[in-house]
Design a protein around this ligand. Structure first.
Ligand code: AR6
Length: 212
């Protein structure tokens, strides 16, 4: 029920880019190992889902937590999640730490902390956001987990422009999934929430995961 990129090309939901525009000439088996899924990340029955957390790892700020990944994950996982998070002593921006999933359908949660976007430090923000994806993938591979699902890190409360964040997400996931360390990961899923975000992923995916 989580379509692969190859299936989305076949369904014409994703349209191949002009070959001149594609950053990569071929995708190899990546088209069967990467997915795009619209819906709540808390509904996915996978080995790990990534939480767009804050440095305390103690859950979202109290206001309107339903509209936040951190709020939704803690609400669905139940109170044992924050109890385990308390033992982790927080998390630095750009790093990632793993816990169990408790009442979530996913076995684990990988908590990562995205940068708060600031126009002044664009370069630093880009490096930190890339690090969130890379560290989450490294933790997944180190724990021999087969799937990982990402929300669009930092593009909500933390204000990262969606297009720029998506280019970073696609580049980092492509690089890791094509690497030796990434070969053990069977599936990486980009989870989008809004239609606008879905359209941006559908437009940019062909540049990083071209149809062979
Ligand atoms: N499933 C998938 N994606 C979602 C969901 C969901 N249930 N809910 C929202 N999104 P955000 P950030 C999308 O703000 O920008 C919290 O207070 C949402 O539309 O959750 O990294 C933390 O404690 C957006 O595109 O994360 C931190 O303090 C994307 O997920 C801060 O927010 C990320 O939105 C982190 O802010």
């Amino acid at each position: 029920d989580v379509p692969t990129l190859r299936q989305l090309y076949q369904l014409k939901q994703i349209v191949p880019a002009a070959t001149s525009a594609a950053k990569y000439k071929s995708s190899g088996n990546l088209l069967d190992r990467v997915s795009l899924y619209q819906g709540t990340i808390t509904g996915l029955e996978v080995d790990s889902i990534v939480n767009a957390a804050n440095r305390s790892l103690l859950g979202a700020c109290k206001l309107n937590t339903r509209a936040l990944v951190d709020g939704a994950i803690h609400a669905a996982a139940g109170p044992e999640l924050v109890e385990e998070c308390r033992t982790l002593d927080g998390c630095n921006v750009g790093d990632a730490k793993i816990t169990r999933g408790y009442e979530l359908p996913s076995k684990h949660v990988i908590h990562t902390v995205g940068p708060v976007y600031s126009a002044s430090g664009v370069g630093r923000c880009a490096e930190l956001l890339a690090s969130c994806y890379r560290r989450s993938l490294e933790v997944t591979a180190q724990h021999n987990l087969r799937h990982i699902a990402f929300p669009s890190i930092s593009t909500g409360v933390y204000g990262y422009p969606v297009e720029a964040a998506t280019l970073i997400a696609l580049e980092e996931v492509r690089k890791f999934m094509a690497s030796e360390d990434g070969s053990k990961i069977k599936r990486a899923i980009f989870v989008v929430w809004s239609n606008q975000d879905k359209e941006i992923y559908e437009q940019l995916i062909p540049l990083y995961f071209p149809l062979d």
